[in-house]
Design a binder for this molecule. Sequence first.
Ligand code: HEM
Length: 495
Amino acid sequence: MVAWLEASITDDADKTRNFHPIFFLKLPYLLHLAGLPKKTQTYLFFQIHANNVDAFRTHLAQLVPHITTIAQVKADLDQIAKNKQSGDNQLLKLSGINIAFSQKGLTLLGITDAIGDDVFKAGMLADAKNLGDKNKNSSGTFAPDWDPAFLEDIHGLILVSGDSHTTVSKQINHIEHLFRMNGKNASIHKVISIVGDVRPGEEKGHEHFGFLDGISQPTLDGLTEFEPFPNGEKVPTIAQGVTLVGRPGDKVTNRPSWALDGSFLSFRYLFQLVPEFNSFLQANPIPGMPAAEGSELLGARLVGRWKSGAPVDLAPLKDNPTLGADTQERNDFRYTADNNDQQTQDRCPFAAHTRKTNPRADLEDHGIPTDPQRIIRRGIQFGPEVSAGEAASGKTAQGRGLLFACYQSNIANGFQFIQTKWANNVNFPPFKTAVAAPGFDPIIGQENNDNSLRTMEGTNPASQGTALSLSAEWVVPKGGEYFFSPSISALKGTF
Ligand code: HEM
């Protein structure tokens, strides 16, 4: 039986199809890709009651049959299509449930054999300093400036996605009932629950800064059981083991058998300072063009894509929404469009977010594979749209951002590597001519307590050696945790 792990924000990103090519599913022995058009998602972070672990196991066994299967998602989508054809507006209610555990959760359950991922084992709180998160203490011991909930022990995460708040609420009520959360025999309690929502109207599929997101996911080699690419999208294929524990390509050996076909989930609670980001673009337009266009170009050169999704490597001066919507072409680039395939930043700064996080030819053309660093990104926006008052003042008054979630078979090679070795590393990428230091990834690059270091080169194509001071961070981490999402057979057998 094939189980659905969770749907991507990008189900909604791409209005040209019913489901996105990259949906991450799990089977008893095999995780797979498929999708569900979600609109909202609740992240329920929980603690297991240490004195009621046996009850937790019983309750978990009752949850497992509700973990949505791929067959169910597919059947539901087919039924919806049929209903639409026959003019039946009574659409099925789509939802999906899954569960993942932190090392602390596994330990409480008595699952203590080495899973083969030390970063997971230590947890994200222990990694916060290394990730570049800010220190709450002005001096002395490091304590990340996080939401207090993420400073508590978090044992697990239940993820519920659906097509509406009503659908998700019903599922949450059911889960609360299964784990007796409101009664005497409760086996878990909520540490924090966060609701993510796809943005409304035309912004559907766009993250809060306004850029189309989730459109450059790799797919897993050989997983053809569920057709992932209805439109024949050109995306890179990576070995299954980059995402799935124990599959071909997983570099870690001697994993315990219960971990096979599971995947590590890195969750980050990322706030975005949207009015401040927009004010920065307005204040620093690329010279030599009308100010509004110059600001728009600066935004595109910070991200590596225009708001439409068109990559600046293929559309260097002006947005090209047709290209942004073209699932065939929008991923067909390697940052080598100029200069006889030499890596320059004429079209895209080396430090641009997409180039830092997936450098393509910048490494591959020098014999360094990038596949081990690929992650499958999942996430959804949270918080309200920017109000007129916030837009006018240029100051954030209400919290909003991204519930960032990504999957990999090894966190040190995946999320942690991208954040620390690439995004925060001012000298990355290493091979480039006439560039002193590319600088920080302007979207997620960070350095504990010194924002003055946040600069990048190459934003102005006509003066590439000039470093732009990015100043304050526009993405502020407020928590997170590393989780392991087991296969269904493991949930049935080991937990
Ligand atoms: C791509 C925004 C956080 C890794 C993108 C894209 C956007 C974006 C607009 C381009 C769309 C796409 O290629 O699918 C953001 C925002 C973030 C954020 C606003 C924070 C609020 C992160 C983090 C990581 C990350 C924390 C990992 C450490 C990536 C990767 C890509 C990407 C790997 C794909 C690049 C490619 O394959 O070309 N992001 N992102 N992002 N992002 Fe982020």
